[in-house]
Write a protein that binds this ligand. Structure first.
Ligand code: SF4
Length: 308
């Protein structure tokens, strides 16, 4: 089947199933182009709560689809490829959170949205890169355990009075760790008029040389409103597709061309078609994990409202 045929069939099946297609900013261009909504993990989860569709096809990694399922217990959430797992989220399984809880019995636990549902169910609050400091401050303990991203923990440490302990000791995103401060400075020498946009999962050194640091959607919005006409982008290369499409005439330079999240790229048009056709692969979460994880996620959503 050609891509055009596949796209036609996907549109037909989408209507038949009363489905909505959500795609993360790092998805393949053709998946972004056929999606109803493209955004970061938080935006997509919120989007899922606002749709009246009966089926949500989530083109992203598992923790994202799980968050959509947690917030939409009455809807069917499907992933075109069930093996799309975030390696950083996998660094902090639920059992490890429990072990840290025992070790630091007086500490509260705040987890980044990039965690599996089983980990979220064992924490006190979930946060995004935008509200991590504010949520940490709200915890009624001197010490707060924070994970799984060490880089984000450093950022949060610099913005709160809390004693922040990273769990695990050095969790990281294998894609954002690839960016290098010297390489970005060299690009900046070649393109002195370019604005550097970086994701907070990059190292503090990389964030330190960026003109703007924010989630993928914040980077995207900055690229639309900035006076600059050239951008050096330090995040997964998938985001550049959306930026180029919506800011015609501007130049977008990847800070590292090989910054590709292989897990995000597992979803293809063919798998999306099969997912709609066969109603696969459904994201299922046990009722116990669902209730605890939902409480922690709702704290994140309430705090987000005060920030926007
Ligand atoms: S880019 Fe990093 S944090 Fe995002 S899904 Fe891939 S491995 Fe996980």
């Amino acid at each position: 089947m050609t891509s055009a045929n596949l796209m036609g069939k996907i549109q037909q099946l989408k209507m038949k199933r009363k489905a909505v297609i959500l795609a993360h900013n790092y998805q393949r261009p053709e998946i972004q182009d056929i999606a109803d909504f493209v955004g970061d993990s938080l935006e997509l989860s919120l989007c899922a709560t606002q749709t009246d569709a009966e089926v949500i096809i989530f083109c992203g990694v598992k923790f994202m689809a799980e968050t959509a399922a947690i917030l939409n217990p009455d809807k069917m959430v499907l992933m075109p490829d069930k093996n799309a797992l975030c390696p950083m989220a996998a660094m902090l399984p639920g059992e490890l959170v429990q072990l840290y809880r025992k070790k630091y019995s007086n500490a509260k636990v705040v987890l980044y949205i990039n965690t599996l549902a089983e980990a979220k169910a064992n924490c006190d609050a979930v946060c995004t890169s935008a509200n991590s400091a504010e949520i940490l401050e709200r915890m009624d303990s001197e010490t707060v355990l924070f994970g799984p991203d060490w880089n984000l923990a450093q950022y949060a440490k610099n913005h709160t009075k809390k004693h922040v302990v990273s769990i695990p000791k050095f969790g990281f995103c294998p894609v954002h760790i690839l960016f290098n401060k010297e390489a970005i400075l060299k690009l900046k020498e070649i393109h002195p008029d370019a604005e550097v946009l970086a994701h907070p999962e990059c190292t503090p050194e990389v964030c330190g040389v960026a003109d703007f640091v924010g989630s993928t959607s914040k980077m995207y919005r900055q690229a639309l409103v900035s006076k600059a006409k050239k951008f050096i982008v330090a995040t997964e290369v998938g985001l550049l597709h959306r930026m180029k499409k919506d800011r015609i005439g501007a130049i977008f330079i990847p800070a590292y061309e090989e910054a590709v999240c292989a897990q995000m790229k597992l979803h293809t048009l063919e798998k999306l078609y099969l997912s709609l056709k066969n109603k696969r692969y459904e994201v299922k979460i046990s009722p116990k994990i669902m209730t605890s994880a939902r409480n922690a996620v709702e704290i994140m959503l309430r705090t987000r409202e005060t920030l926007d």
